[in-house]
Design a protein around this ligand. Sequence first.
Ligand SMILES: C[S@@+](CC[C@H](N)C(=O)[O-])C[C@H]1O[C@@H](n2cnc3c(N)ncnc32)[C@H](O)[C@@H]1O
Length: 301
Amino acid sequence: MPGESMDMTQLRSQVREELAFSGFEHPNREADLLLSAILQRSLGDIELDHLMGRDLASEDINRVLRATRSRARREPLQHLAGTAPCYGYDFQVGPGVFVPRPETELLIDFGLNFLRGREWQASQQQADAPLVADLGAGSGAIAVSIAASLPDARVIAYEGSPFALPWLVRNIRSLAPQVRVEYGDWHERIHADSTRRFTAILSNPPYVPAGDIPADPEVRLFDPEMALYSGSDGLDDIRRIAQTAAQLLLPGGLVAVEHTESQGSAVREIFSEAGLIEASTERDLTDRDRFSWARYPALPA
Ligand SMILES: C[S@@+](CC[C@H](N)C(=O)[O-])C[C@H]1O[C@@H](n2cnc3c(N)ncnc32)[C@H](O)[C@@H]1O
């Protein structure tokens, strides 16, 4: 009952029961993650509170029970906690914005390694601060992580969803205020300034084929459709990104895009057909194709 006094043991078992009843495969683990996220205590502290039979404030009990009802409807835990971690930064998230995934850290790391290397400067025969585009910035996971980790980079976050935009702006303000936002269809916005040439174009674009409805209810019900689907084979946006990269990258510049594990060879082909070189695919920790990259040819020495 809301407001009733409970200790951690009682609350934990009530959360476990409700999540088991609503069909979670691992309700005990889900319950602990929820308690940890809502009470902002580590999993170890939750266990300790249980062993010590710690009493909880009625306000905390009510918050946990409310979150349990939402979680039972498969609302993502990150929405209930209000934040999602990515690359060591906490991004504010909620309805209307794509929740950053751990896999995207691989793309961010790859982009940062490229930008920290000096090879691109030599190929571009210039020493300007690098100019980086994040196409489909969502919460800002890529743009903000790059800008916060590499303060001399000039980073532009392109986002077309009016529902994602407030989250993006909030995260930029608190984590990397130097990031510039361009709101609207990125394919139009990025070509609007014909003088801009990019050192790197990075993207975690929509790449799910239109007919492939995700099995995971958290994704199907709560990730925005605009963040997921991209034409019948899922590659419409990646084709357009390849064309854009071939037109707007500086010599030696990098384009890198995330995709599903089955799209690696198709994406490499798209990059090569657009005139980009060195098209390659990187794998994630489970050895699945995760993102592909290519470069714009360098100027002859
Ligand atoms: C898969 S989400 C990735 C978000 C974020 N970069 C991340 O990795 O967490 C794709 C994002 O692209 C945005 N988007 C999709 N098509 C777009 C378009 N044509 N113009 C601008 N943004 C677009 C969606 O709104 C969504 O925020």
